[in-house]
Design a protein around this ligand. Structure first.
Ligand SMILES: Cc1cc2nc3c(=O)[nH]c(=O)nc-3n(C[C@H](O)[C@H](O)[C@H](O)COP(=O)(O)OP(=O)(O)OC[C@H]3O[C@@H](n4cnc5c(N)ncnc54)[C@H](O)[C@@H]3O)c2cc1C
Ligand code: SF4
Length: 488
């Protein structure tokens, strides 16, 4: 039972301070200084959770995390039990505690009248304490004799693989990249997620029995059809990797790249992996990032660390409000103006900026953008307003406008599985596709999303596959109906 007066005694929401900008811009380490257990700070913050009867926070969390329960266990200093409660719903709290945008905090009841409980920080502190104390659950299982291939090693594939390994199936994770981790490894920069956090989890999964096969592209190295014949079930967790383009005059110019063409080599360089010689680098350049989301913000932090001369982010839409607007009341997760750690570090942000054209010098290298003010037309359509054009100089332009869906050509060609506009369709509520034995989870099915959703879907698909293979399952399908209902 939580302290019902805790939030009255500790009124201030307090987070560990971020590392100073001038220090962190000189390295690639995590911008946050995460705090560990045993500190009064954390137990005090946990005591602000009032166990409010109907805890909307775990409704806001796509995993259905049992937040009030572990908050109270932290308040009482019962860390081992907090770790146990955490793992009832979440395979990788060390990831979500670092990089989840925390819709739980938007739904916190205390947030109606005071700043919400620091749920995410408490989550990462429990997760890190778990690794430091060697308390990561290692679930033994009796082998069932069934085999499952998971294609793609992002958070969806990893969560599915861990659940199914723990249920006793023989699970092989195939990944076309040189190393396991999906966007966690090659998309999200180290200053948000240091890669040793992934590595320690992979070691734990390997010890538990999950097998990893990096450097194998399904569809070319092994056909999808061969994989289907070889395994009892195949889970497609290949992500939504097709970038949205900006087809404007000058798009083909030298120096105009998709964000991932910049972020992947940047991550490889930080990891000491080989990097293509012609990979874009921001050192000394005027950089424009088109797109104001997570990917754009990661480009900003990366460009600043590489030594860009200037970084400007262009967003086509209006500047979001700073506080909850009336049409996004509690407990919804509102779209607000956010200052990410990268934005704290530098660069300019321009709203209502519609790119009209990429401009070049005689050699075909980009020199800048012609940009006009965005005009909203009836029906919400947005167009550049004539007569408002201006020139913004740039030597490197990064298109960070999101992703349209998964790459499905080989899968369709080799198996005939149906594709929808957004990605792979699922049949009913079981995460199956139009072909028996092929399942889909994460961004490959739901479109570009979040790590927390990928883990939730990985858990849900694991329960569906286990039930199909064994006739019934004891695996928790975390938020089953909620996962399905909210899946667009
Ligand atoms: C730059 C960036 C920053 C982000 N930041 C955040 C954040 O801070 N917080 C957050 O919650 N979310 C963030 N996201 C979103 C989040 O990373 C994704 O929603 C999540 O990783 C999706 O997980 P997934 O497992 O479905 O796919 P992915 O992580 O995309 O993994 C799919 C994997 O499948 C592999 N693959 C594809 N095809 C094949 C094939 N044929 N054979 C073998 N392997 C294959 C790919 O190489 C890839 O490794 C970010 C995304 C980007 C691009
Ligand atoms: S996973 Fe995200 S939404 Fe869920 S408790 Fe953690 S921070 Fe909150």
């Amino acid at each position: 039972m939580a302290d019902p007066r805790g939030f009255l005694k500790v009124r201030d929401r307090e987070l560990p301070p971020n590392r100073p900008v001038e220090v962190r811009l000189r390295d690639w380490k995590d911008t946050h200084a995460h705090r560990q257990d045993g500190q009064p700070f954390l137990t005090e913050q946990a005591s602000r959770c009032m166990d409010c009867g109907i805890p909307f926070c775990h409704q806001g969390c796509p995993l259905g995390n049992l937040i009030p329960e572990w908050n109270d266990l932290v308040r009482l200093g019962q860390w081992d039990d907090a770790i146990d409660r955490m793992h009832v719903t979440n395979n990788f709290p060390e990831l979500t505690g670092r990089i989840c945008p925390a819709p739980c905090e938007s739904a916190c009841v205390l947030g109606i009248s005071q700043p919400p409980v620091t749920i995410k920080n408490i989550e990462v502190s429990i997760a890190d304490a778990e690794f430091e104390r060697g308390l990561v659950p290692q679930v033994p299982s009796r082998l069932t004799g069934t085999t499952i291939a998971v294609v793609g090693s992002g958070p969806a594939g990893l969560a599915a693989a861990q659940q199914l390994t723990r249920a006793g199936h023989t699970v092989v994770v195939y990944e076309r990249d040189a190393r396991i981790g999906g966007l966690l490894r090659y998309g999200i920069p180290d200053f948000k997620l240091e890669k040793h956090i992934i590595d320690r989890r992979l070691e734990q999964m390997e010890a538990e029995g999950t097998r990893f096969r990096p450097g194998v592209a399904i569809g070319t190295d092994i056909t999808w059809d061969a994989l289907r014949r070889r395994f009892d079930a195949v889970i497609v967790a290949t992500g939504a990797t097709v970038p949205r383009d900006l087809k404007l005059p000058g798009r083909e110019l030298r120096g105009v790249h998709y964000a991932m063409d910049f972020l992947v080599p940047a991550n490889q360089a930080v990891a000491g992996e080989p990097v293509a010689q012609d990979a874009p680098n921001a050192a000394g350049k005027n950089v424009i990032v088109i797109g104001g989301g997570d990917t754009g913000s990661d480009c900003v932090g990366t460009a600043l660390r590489q030594g860009a001369a200037s970084v400007t982010t262009l967003a086509i839409g209006k500047k979001p409000p700073v506080t909850r607007p009336d049409n996004q009341p509690w407990p919804t997760d509102p779209i607000l103006f956010e200052v990410s750690t990268s934005h704290e570090e530098g660069g300019e942000r321009t709203y209502l900026a519609s790119t009209v054209e990429f401009l070049a010098d005689d050699s075909g290298a980009v020199t800048g953008l012609k940009v006009a003010q965005t005009e909203y037309l009836p029906g919400g359509r947005r167009e550049p307003r004539p007569g408002t054009e201006r020139f913004i100089p740039a030597d490197l332009v990064l298109i960070a406008m999101g992703f349209t869906g998964p790459e499905t050509a080989e899968l369709t060609e080799q198996t005939g599985v149906e594709i929808t506009a957004r990605g792979l369709p699922r049949r009913g509520d079981d995460f199956g596709t139009s072909l028996p034995g092929i399942y889909v989870a994460g961004d490959a099915g739901r479109g570009q999303s979040l790590v927390v959703w990928a883990i939730a879907e990985g858990r849900a698909v694991a329960a569906a596959v286990d039930a199909r293979l064994r006739g019934a399952t004891e695996l928790p399908a975390p938020v089953g109906p909620r996962t399905v209902a909210l899946r667009g």
